[in-house]
Design a protein around this ligand. Structure first.
Ligand code: ATP
Ligand code: MG
Length: 874
């Protein structure tokens, strides 16, 4: 079976068992403060397990793009070193939400593996939870008895809490699990060593392929377990591992999931992949793996950046670059060349990559270029660290822990690269110091992001949590649940209402603020966010009485200011596609009450003429006062209207379609909008800039904010006019002012040249001789540090001597030291003199070359000391 056939067989099998097949959620997670990336198939169903939402279907199956490089699951350092952990992988899964339980789940996994995939029964091992006395949990007899129907008892192994009890996080749904492992060793090996002893023992040939979790508890904040009202099944099977065992390979990289990419890398680098444990073979695996993670996350809308999810992508990419740079001897961008191969390979399963292949390649290439430059700087830094000139005595030949850490953190050097380079010159690295520095940084970043949440206090059945804020800004309702949270050291409360007019931050639109009125007590809502699908109001305090009725109010003014910017975003998006082309796709947006920010894919700067055209189209649409029509329809229907869906968004079966003139703009969108475009009044673009490779950003204003912006600009213009005494043509008058200024500058320069000739003459006469060296020192009046430097340099040549000149320029101290070449042999060094002797005297800094160096500082009162100091050195 090919890998595509294997994937399809899984989906078909569960379809035949009454499951609905759903698409993979995006790999980048939104609306979940505990997760940056999808790391398991169940993530997108969290709300079902938490009871916040009732599932539309009780039995579901899919293949989910997962990434395990941050948080609870982080496999990054294993990837490529071993042959079965990936950064991005597909997790095949089937779920029961209160439908079937252990009996069916176990029977079906056995049927699929042994009958559909025909895996060798006596190479399969299963594990079940052995119980845990401390937790008061018993052995999972139910699973044990089900397995006994198919598997001889000696291959049903007991596992402890670590391996066989799955928890979503510190709190939340959890339960015992049952794993299925496959032994792919040769028959002789299997006879020699019993496979049962190798399960869960990190043997690369005896690996876990499938985990069945039986979610029956909820873990509370105090650590206790509550029984869940309905029992759920959550399974996850690693697709790449499954393909490997079915195709009878020893490594995931030998299957057709990766072989195309590996061939391409061989072609590009001219090197051969031999599947060994050599660094070169690891590099092949790292590249073949990492490019998938990088490409799919960028296609899902996450660009590499310096923080959060973007930083994780950047780290993966850098790891790949370091591997080809160090071990495949390839010093130019490579990864971007692999994008077309995987885009094609996954065209049928995850078409989003093929649809954006050019864009993704471009972003990847730019990142590679930038990092290759950093690497070169890092190599220079490394050479500097080990440069003997920094050592007073014989160097220790040991790179300090902090230095190794800086190489890693700032220059992206992995520690093994630093060790390798050190070894090449007979040095070593202080590994203990390095580990300490690393640990300290980890502690710092953990403290910065720590969020501490208490258990929800439930007041009412929590399944009702409805957003009514499209139509009403004020409702009477009740609090369903609330809890205290500590975010960055600040105590806040989260309140969930049965009905809420508060829009929760999403799709780029900020959350609503407003008031909750409990009797005669008013509480401010400072923000509204979603956690998965739960709408949460944030407040700084709780009312005295929370159980009764509450009036929730969103102020109309702020909401309207947000709505105009959101509708303007749609008008802008359509105008961009008209003026720049249909390659324009949204890459991010922010909509608030003051402005809008819109990021989109486009490969060149948007010119001034294009900006004018875009503004004209949007303002035209505003004047047409087009009604904004909002409809709910099913996904397929919406797509047929030509609606634009965004990559990396998860849409349900029913979508909300916002139309502003069916021939102009149709978008899937959950945001709040105006009734008709006339409400926007006027639209103006403030800035156009670059954000990343191939991504531009526009900031714009509309409504009252646009009026304010234009007023400010005009006020500024009026000030400028007044300053020039209200000329008829402002631009002409500025031009002539500039021309005049440059004329004056030229005159000044020629005057100064004459003056400094005189000055030179005067100074030459002051020359004295100290231990056979001609010395000139003095304080002079010049207009710039450059003139001072030139003067000192000229004098040193003319006098064949040592010169120190001081000047106070714009109340700052400037010093220049110049030495004739002939003095270098006497051990004099202008750079050292400036840095070590002069800079502290004038409270500043500086540097230069051995023959000429300058310093600038705050203190001009010590010039005599400066001159004496240099004199003394001779
Ligand atoms: P392992 O112990 O091998 O790391 P796990 O216990 O972390 O696996 P689960 O969290 O149970 O795995 O995930 C379910 C399945 O997903 C596993 O049985 C495995 O087949 C697959 N899987 C887990 N992590 C990875 C990974 N990094 N790369 C590829 N497949 C993986
Ligand atoms: Mg793992």
């Amino acid at each position: 079976m090919t890998s595509s056939e294997i994937r399809q067989a899984f989906l078909n099998f569960f379809k035949s068992k009454g499951h609905t097949i759903v698409p993979s959620a995006p790999i980048v997670v939104k609306n979940d403060p505990t997760l940056l990336f999808t790391n398991a198939g169940m993530n997108q169903f969290k709300d079902y397990f938490l009871g916040n939402k009732t599932p539309e279907h009780k039995c579901i199956a899919d293949t989910q793009k997962c990434l395990r490089v941050s948080g609870k699951h982080n496999d990054l350092e294993e990837v490529g070193v071993d042959t079965y952990h990936h950064t991005m992988f597909e997790m095949l899964g089937n779920w029961s939400f209160g439908d079937y339980f252990k009996k069916e789940a176990i029977a079906w996994s056995w049927e699929l593996l042994t009958e559909v995939y025909q895996l060798d029964k006596d190479r399969l091992y299963v594990t079940i939870f052995e119980g845990d006395a401390k937790e008061g949990l018993k052995k999972d007899e139910e699973a044990f008895n089900e397995w006994k129907k198919y598997v001889p008892e000696e291959r049903i192994l007991l596992g402890n809490k670590k391996d066989n009890f799955w928890e979503m996080g510190d709190t939340g749904p959890c339960g015992p699990s049952s794993e299925i492992h496959f032994d792919s060793r040769s028959d002789e090996e299997r006879k020699r060593v019993n496979g049962a002893t190798l399960v869960n023992a990190d043997n690369p040939q005896v690996i876990e392929i499938w985990n069945n979790v039986f979610i029956q508890f909820n873990r509370m904040k105090d650590g206790s377990l509550e029984l869940l009202p309905s029992k759920n099944v959550d399974t996850g099977m690693g697709f790449e591992r499954l393909v490997r065992v079915i195709q009878g390979k020893q490594s995931n990289y030998d299957t057709d999931v990766f072989s195309g990419t590996i061939k391409e890398i061989e072609k590009i680098t001219g090197k051969q992949y031999d599947g060994s444990d050599s660094k070169q073979a690891i590099a092949f695996r790292v590249l073949a793996d990492h490019i998938r993670a990088i490409a799919f996350t960028i296609a899902d809308g996450q660009l590499p950046s310096n923080t959060g999810a973007g930083y994780v992508i950047r780290r993966i990419l850098r790891r790949a670059v370091r591997y080809y740079y160090s071990y495949l001897d390839y010093k130019q961008p490579l990864l971007f060349q692999l994008v077309p191969v995987i885009a094609k390979q996954f065209e049928q399963v995850f078409p989003e990559l093929q649809q954006q292949a050019d864009f993704v390649s471009k972003v990847v290439k730019e990142e590679e270029d930038a990092f290759l430059r950093t690497l070169e700087k890092g190599i220079a830094k490394f050479n500097d660290i080990v440069d003997p000139k920094h050592f007073m005595v014989e160097p220790t030949k040991r790179i300090g822990g902090i230095s190794a850490f800086i190489l890693n953190d700032t220059y992206g050097f992995p520690i093994d690269l630093t060790q390798l380079m050190a070894k090449e010159i007979g040095w070593e690295v202080d590994m203990q110091g390095y580990e300490e520095a690393l640990q300290q940084q980890k502690n710092r970043s953990r403290a910065a992001t720590a969020i501490d949440t208490e258990d929800w206090v439930l007041l009412h059945d929590n399944s009702l949590n409805e957003f009514v804020g499209y139509d009403s800004l004020e409702v009477n309702t009740r609090v369903n649940q609330y809890r205290k949270v500590k975010i960055k050291g600040k105590d806040l409360y989260q309140i969930v209402l049965q009905k809420t007019p508060f829009y929760a931050e999403s799709g780029g639109q900020v959350g609503d603020k407003g008031k909750l009125i409990f009797g005669n007590e008013e509480i401010d809502v400072i923000d509204t966010k979603k956690e998965n699908n739960l709408i949460i109001q944030f407040t700084e305090k709780l009312p005295a009485v929370i159980g009764g009725e509450v009036t929730a109010i969103v102020p109309r003014g702020r909401r309207q200011d947000i709505a105009v910017h959101h509708s303007a975003t749609h008008l802008l998006h359509a105008a961009l596609r008209k003026v720049l082309g249909t390659h324009v796709a949204q890459k991010g947006s922010l909509v608030n009450n003051e402005y809008l920010r819109f990021d989109f894919s486009h490969f060149a700067k948007v010119t001034d003429e294009e900006i004018t055209q875009i503004e004209a189209i949007v303002n035209e649409k505003i004047r047409e006062n087009i009604p904004v029509i909002i409809k709910y329809m099913n996904r397929e229907e919406a797509m047929q209207t030509g609606a634009m869906a965004l990559f990396g968004e998860k849409y349900g079966d029913v979508v909300r379609v916002v139309t502003i003139d069916p021939s102009y703009s149709i978008e899937l969108c959950g945001g709040t909008h105006v009734g008709a475009t006339g409400e926007l009044g006027f639209f103006k673009i403030k800035h156009e800039t670059a954000v990343a490779a191939g991504v531009r950003r526009i900031e714009a204003v509309t409504g009252k904010a646009a009026e304010d912006f234009v007023d400010e600009q005009l006020a500024e213009l009026n000030i400028a006019k007044a300053a020039l005494r209200n000329p008829k043509q402002l631009s002409k008058s500025i031009e002539s002012l500039l021309a005049e200024q440059s004329e004056l500058k030229k005159k000044l320069e020629s005057l100064e040249a004459k003056l400094s000739n005189n000055l030179e003459g005067e100074l030459l006469q002051k020359a004295t001789t100290i231990s056979d060296i001609t010395f000139i020192g003095g304080t002079v009046e010049v207009s710039s540090a450059d003139v001072l430097k030139k003067l000192a340099n000229d004098l040193s040549k003319k006098a064949n001597g040592a010169i120190v000149l001081c000047a106070s320029i714009n109340s700052k101290a400037s010093v220049a030291v110049a030495l004739d070449e002939s003095l270098l042999s006497k051990g004099l060094d202008a750079n050292k003199i400036i840095k070590e002797q002069i800079a502290p005297l004038i409270k500043g800094g500086g540097g230069g070359q051995k023959t000429l160096a300058t310093a600038g500082g705050q203190d001009s009162s010590n010039f005599q000391q400066v001159i004496d100091r240099v004199k003394g050195l001779l």
